[in-house]
Design a binder for this molecule. Structure first.
Ligand code: SF4
Length: 93
């Protein structure tokens, strides 16, 4: 997971990644096969000091795969949709 994080973040401020709780964890936990449990990965994320930064990065960069900030792609997609809807409502009003 951490290697993937570095790969994706190579143009971003990486100051927060040193605190990633997934350092050294099995990447397969964070990029599970379809239908596999995400419980362990989410548990690691919930103890992570940089969970908010990680989640925000994944949302903003539309990361399609994996558990980031204790959320799956489906959960992140819901947040992106809600933000887009809120932005549309803001522009209309
Ligand atoms: S929130 Fe999860 S995926 Fe993100 S850095 Fe922390 S442990 Fe890693």
């Amino acid at each position: 997971m951490f290697a993937r994080l570095l790969e994706v973040l190579d143009t971003e401020d990486l100051s927060w990644h040193d605190l990633a709780n997934c350092r050294g964890a099995d990447p397969d936990l964070f990029f599970p096969e379809r239908g596999a449990s995400t419980r362990t990965a989410k548990s690691i994320c919930r103890q992570c000091a940089v969970r908010d930064q990680c989640l925000e990065f994944a949302i903003v960069s539309s990361e399609k795969f994996g558990i980031w900030g204790a959320m799956s792609e489906r959960e992140r997609r819901k947040i992106r949709r809600e933000r887009a809807d809120a932005e549309k409502r803001r522009k209309v009003s």
